[in-house]
Design a protein around this ligand. Sequence first.
Ligand code: PEP
Length: 250
Amino acid sequence: MRRSIVAGNWKMNGNLEVNAELIAGILKEKSSAQGIEVLVCPPAIYVAQVSGLLEGSDIGVGAQNASAFESGAFTGEVSLPMLADFAVRYVIVGHSERRALFAESDGQVAEKARAVLLAGMTPIVCVGETLEEREAGGTLEVVSRQLRAVCDGLDADQLAGMVVAYEPVWAIGTGRTATPEQAQEVHAALRALIAEADGKAGLEVRILYGGSVNAENAAQLFDKPDIDGGLVGGASLKAKDFIAICSAAA
Ligand code: PEP
């Protein structure tokens, strides 16, 4: 039995005041979403603030990105040990915005995912196709290539311990969600790919859907057998909507 996860990706939004209000709202509403893992991923500069606000709660803190290097001459980067100092347990790697806007390659995403696992944290590995790739019939080929790059060289425990997020690029921030059937098809293929490497890991690995998830469409998506929760962008910035999505996964 896989425990569902709902993770809020705040992207580059928020400030001290807005974050405090959002966390207060989430903590107030949270009782309707028992039994699942809930986490929020603020911008790196606010990780310390949000970790402090969530201390003593069962809501986790994730980072949106991290360096694969431990320390040194990497101006502007944030390392995994730095994030661990502030109770970060999850790190999103390979978000499509990082791949498209910051030219992160499959190889770099794989290095980051490995570094996160070696640091004893959980990578949320994002994969997803563009609209052109989907329309050309290349969806499964693209997401399989992206996931294979990460899985190569991981042992069974590492495969089972990571979290995968299927996020079709055309659905992110567009209001256009994949249908539950479209998402399920890809999730099943991603699970099969991991099961090829290790059958038990295939059963255990959690695969989230992301891309315009909202309070109205979440339940239908999470109802599918291979969808274990969601990675939520825009709708994670409103406490009521975010908790409604979490409740749909509970
Ligand atoms: C995301 O940023 O990972 C995401 C899925 O965004 P949105 O929910 O806004 O589409």
